[in-house]
Write a new protein. Sequence first.
Lengths: 679, 161
Amino acid sequence: MQTGPEIRHSLCRMCDDRCGIDVHLEDGRIVDILGNKEHPWNRGRLCVKARAAVDMIYHPDRVLTPLKRTADGWEQIPLDQALDEIAGRLADVRDRYGARSIGVWKGEAIGFGQQETVARRFAHALGSPNYLSNDSMCYVGRYMGFTLVDGAWPIPDLENARCIVLWGANPPYAHPNMTQYITAARRKGATLVVVDPRMSAIARRADIHAQVRPGTDGALAWGLVRQFVEMDAYDKDFVEDHTIGFAKVVDYARTFTPEMVEAETGLPAATVKAMARMMADAAPRMAAYVGNGLEHHENGVGNIRAIAMIDGLLGALDREGGTLFKEPAPLRDLTLYDEMPLRHLSPLGTDRFPVLYDMRQECHTMTAMEAILSDEPYPLRALVMTGANPASTNPNSPKVLEALRSLDLLVVRDLFMTETTAVADYVLPAASFLERTELHAHAKHQIVSLTDKVVSWSDVQGEYDFWHDLAVRLGIGEYFPWEDETALNRWLLEPTGLSLETLEAHREGVEYSPPRVGRRRQAGFDTPSGKVEFASAYLKDLGYDELPVYHRPAYRREPDAARPFVLMTGARKLLYLHSRFRNIPRFRTAIPGPEVEMHPDDAAALGVADGDTIRLTSPIGAVDLPVKVVAENEILPGNLQVTHGWREANVNLVTHDDRFDPVSGFPLMKSIEVSVQKV
Amino acid sequence: MRIVAVDPDACVACRDCEYACAFRQSGDFARSASHIRVNFYADERACVPLTCMHCEDAWCLAVCPAAAIDRDPGTGAVTIDATRCAGCKMCLLACPYGNIHFNAETGVSAKCDLCGGDPMCVRACISGALRYVDAEELADLRREVVDASLKRLLRLSKGVR
């Protein structure tokens, strides 16, 4: 521990944006956290979540010693004993049911970077293909949608765009400092379109707030495609040289007239036309970003693919002010997918959602719950998770709890006791982002940085140490030959030609290769055909739609008269991230509790006002929540929104774990039919 | 001197600035403790951040009978000495913008002091709507916003293609 005033530089991991931070210490204790002015992403600015990491790290409720469940409750035990016992019980499960009956699961509660690949490596070294994570509920749906079309998920060049289009994304709350880039573009005259059923924070600044019905974004995207064709506003050279499937696109788009789009999305036909004009006028400097809002639908990947097509049509791909293809950092890969493929062991969910495993080597968490409860297709008897809280964040929480309870062994590493640790056999203290050192690549700036371990606790292990110690006890220590996380970081970094010492001296990051524009146009796109794929032969071979065909949401196709409201869940609030941070007192002062957002007309019809409790009931379950009546233009009549992660009113009591996007396997969480009763 | 310039055209009313200021004043996130206020008007989709402009001819300073309000020689900020403030609230009445607050608990007036030259509201402003800039730069910043609006309008009015 250091003494005296001191500033250390690192990256914030309170969300996934990895802003540069200055950590202020006094006598070895963190006293404040401010934005690092040298960091190219946040440039000294920082949302208030980052500063409150001080509260999280020194929180009186931190789990700082290993805990074992006994008949008399939790017993504190030494770390070595905990690791010995856990390894012994994992070995028992492995001997009895085979290695694939053991799963590892990473969450976001400690902020993940390379630690994900350590967990993946452990699973494969052990002989299990079952790696599970929160990514199969956030991020992967978009990664898939864009990668299927473009061969990668390109990064919008927001600050150089003439028109920015955000689909189901609210940067001020979800990626705070991204807002700076939107402002920079707007200060140069860029227009902003926000497609969102709610008036989000960023929609307050939009030139067009396209308030579409939940899950109908694909109809709007196809309507725009049709307009671009009608207006003769697409980039013919790009389409000719770099895309496949254009003729089919033109043919399929024909029915998506502005009037048809209006009927489906609720957006006036004139607005559809105006939006198309705005985008076409800015092309090729049109930058689009898609948020999590589009993922949790039964037509999510299709809608995202339809939106991705627009970048190609407008020639905005691989172009300044459009979208950029970044080169990944040439770090070593820690996973063992090439050395030890385990697909033949039927990773859970692969048969139903093959693309999820093909593209991300992810198993399907909802299928895992079924497997635990039914032993089909084979038993899953033990889970080891870090920073994951599926009992709160996965759909159908009661079933998740039932499944987790019935495991032979559940080990949870976390900073705090959660809904999930409540059913664990062992709870181990995990290291927060300021208690370990890891490498991060910022693709936008093509920089790699090394985070700083600023604080340590005696019984708190970093991810590498934990998986290493467990591996050694299970006889697979050979896969973890590095002495500690620093030795591992050195090995990972080697191919870049940069040294750890250089990164230590430049915590704001060092460029690993200069960004280049136009590389994909030259060398081809990273798809099976090397072209931008409006039509995907890969998907067709798997039995899916070749084109991103629009499928109407179920509540539009065959509405359930008994459940007339459409519930969206999971809209981000500024101060909370999934189920995290509800225990930070200053956050509770600002945003005290859960609520259901409701249109004034619905509130009047139901005879409810702010603070009145209502019950939402879906085919899965029911949840009681206080009403928050929002302004007329903040939500559509008939729609409701509830943010997840509240212990006192868990909206995942009503979300679907039985209805999925057919490609990504993402659950239906953002267009749920519910009934509403005043309680 | 430098002041906190506000750009309502960039503000999204996320309230990061309010929480950052409230935290500095009180150690908590109660908006009422913040010296910067962001009002959001849903019907107009308008976000209005407002904080002390540290007027050259500061009426609050002039009117204070206890001589508790002074100008910080280092930052140029108009500041209140809580130990001298008599709690008469004349400054609240004098400020044309409502940027002085009365703290009923302590019985004294309170206002922005520019955090000694590193305003926390600006450090927390993730949209870039708040900037800590020289007063001489204000006109340029304002012109930039107006130019951008005009560019947008002109482009949209052309009836593209």
